[in-house]
Design a protein around this ligand. Sequence first.
Ligand code: SF4
Length: 379
Amino acid sequence: MSGIYIHIPFCKQACSYCDFYFLTRQQLRQPFVDSLVEEIFTYRNTKYSHAPVKSIYMGGGTPSLLTRQQLRQIFDAVHNVFVLEPVEVTMELNPDDVTVDYLRMIREFGVDRASMGVQSFHEEILNFMHRAHSRDEAISALEALHQAGFPSFTADLIYGNPGQSNGMLKKDIELLLEFDPPHISAYSLTVEPDTRLGKQVKLGRIQPPEDEDVAEQFDLVASTLSEYGIEQYEVSNFAKPGKEAVHNSNYWKHENYLGFGPSAHSFWWDGEGAKRWKNRSDLKFYLERDFIGMREDQEDLDLKTLAEERLMLGLRTKWGVELGELKKRYGYELNPAQLEWINYQTKSGLIDKSSSSVKMTHEGLRISDLLIVDLLSKG
Ligand code: SF4
């Protein structure tokens, strides 16, 4: 089985913190869709096209800039080339694009999960982020999901913004909860050097909040959501039981996936070995349709690398990692130094180890990145 990721590299405007690959000029949208269809067709009758596709994720960029005709072209191509048995088809939507009619239209293509980029309901925070939508548009978009009877959705929130008090964050979470979200992704604001935010921080015009304050906001998110039965299942992801994201969870489990569009990543592991590659982040090149020449960062991954990745990704989730799976699939066993370290962290209450699995406790998940680096350094 496999997953498909489709990257739509267009946005109305550049959010100040964003380092995804996108363009704000829209003229090339149709030529891009034509190239995308051709890239999808390069997989026809290959070993990749025979594995049943269990999840499709259309991200970006801003997929909700696509018209019905463009979506039809893309989904027709996917249907033509792949065997589809999807259990989840997600599309990222920006609130300013969403209407009940648009939501009904994307249902026609099988999209059953909307990923809504809310981020905040505070105008001053939205302005600081340079988001294209307003508070009212975010509210209308969430209402539209209910009016359209959309099957499922997730909403993104960003905390740790300069000037964002805990009270403001709490109001954001509570307002979002009024829409009964099955799933929420909450990210702390990250300062990437090549973004507008990164440059302003470098010039000293913006002072990001202290780590302790950000950690406090994370706790506020986790505890408020937990009161509503929305539990953390990964470092940045929270869901009602059974509503965890299928597509992203499969990344963490090393399920195969193919990425289409500039900057998209792919991973494929079969009897011929495990490979990862990325499409260049370059629309101009993409339009030339040399899809093999487009690939960069191609890697052949050995079992040890894969096992360490599995440990790293698994330990960021509430499920942790099954030791039997590590041995069977990756031929990997924890060494005595790692086991000793795990026993120590178990006594400290950060790790929960049984005879068959190892996972982080709630406390451990808060500092999982540090703990994972420590564990892997003993490998
Ligand atoms: S809409 Fe999303 S992809 Fe586009 S600039 Fe903003 S954060 Fe980045």
